[in-house]
Design a protein around this ligand. Structure first.
Ligand code: DGL
Length: 265
């Protein structure tokens, strides 16, 4: 019997596509279901209690519906708050997405890095822990931006904001005391790599942007190294928890990520 079980990607919106892309490139035959919790979007302005109550319960229902072989929480906010709870609730491998502070510290020459995430992510003890473990000799500044999440959602729908908007968001990091030393910025929200070019173009000086997506893709490939795959992956499916989220403005971008079918729950 051919194993047709998909890999299920999960995010509040389109951000997880930044993790899906390098994973598809590595696993050409893998079937994918991409779930955007559009009914719960955005996550970054929610409380820890709201995320902790919502995400494990929803993923439990999605696991029953789609019977995935592996789940990827392609969202830093959900992962830094609820990864442990999801892992203990589900009898499946669950891969999380956490801020790429380690590679940023390895890349930084000035030993000053910025962590750009959602408001909820940048205040997590998980981030304190990553900074202490992997960037102990670095100044680690943080900034949360709900606006950048919206700009990324808009960009995927074909509306690109002017550079000033991106520059003002970067100023939230660079204008902090010590921010003038930052040479490396962690895109600690999966939405942000989708607008990495716009961020780099708007930056007041050359900055290196890092994110964890390539490493997560390699981890998924490693965890599924012994799996059997269908001969052809077939069209990927994008699922939205809210009605109307997959409107015509988003469909071309979804198709570019291999998601030709859409469904609203
Ligand atoms: N893409 C998500 C993350 O990585 C969150 C975006 C949001 O819903 O605020 O944190």
């Amino acid at each position: 019997m051919v194993d047709t079980r998909p890999i299920l990607f999960f995010d509040s919106g389109v951000g997880g596509l930044s993790v899906l892309a390098p994973t598809r490139a590595l696993l050409r035959q893998a079937p994918f279901v991409y779930v955007a919790d559009s009914a719960g979007f955005p996550y970054g302005t929610k409380t820890e209690a709201e995320i902790a109550a919502r995400v494990p319960a929803l993923l439990g229902r999605l696991a029953e519906r789609y019977r995935p072989r592996l789940i990827v929480i392609a969202c830093n906010t959900a992962s830094t708050i609820a990864l442990g709870a999801v892992r203990s609730a589900l009898d499946l491998p669950v891969v999380g997405t956490v801020p790429a502070i380690k590679p940023a510290a390895q890349a930084s020459v000035t030993r000053a890095i910025g962590v750009l995430g959602t408001d909820a992510t940048v205040r997590q003890p998980y981030v304190d822990d990553l900074a202490a473990r992997f960037a102990g000799d670095c100044l680690v500044l943080r900034h949360g931006s709900a606006e950048l999440v919206t700009l990324a959602e808009d960009a995927l729908r074909g509306t690109v904001a002017p550079p000033e908007r991106y520059r003002a968001i970067l100023a939230g990091l660079l204008d902090q005391p010590g921010g003038d030393r930052i040479d490396t910025i962690v895109n600690a929200c999966t939405h942000f790599p989708l607008v990495a070019d716009q961020l780099a173009a708007a930056a007041p000086r050359p900055l290196t942007f890092v994110d964890g997506s390539a490493g997560i893709a390699r981890r998924i490939a490693y965890l599924t190294r012994d799996h059997e795959w269908p001969e052809r992956a077939g069209p990927g499916r994008a699922v939205f928890t809210g009605a109307g989220a997959a409107d015509d403005t988003l469909r071309p971008a979804l198709a570019r990520f291999g998601l030709a079918e859409t469904e609203s729950l």
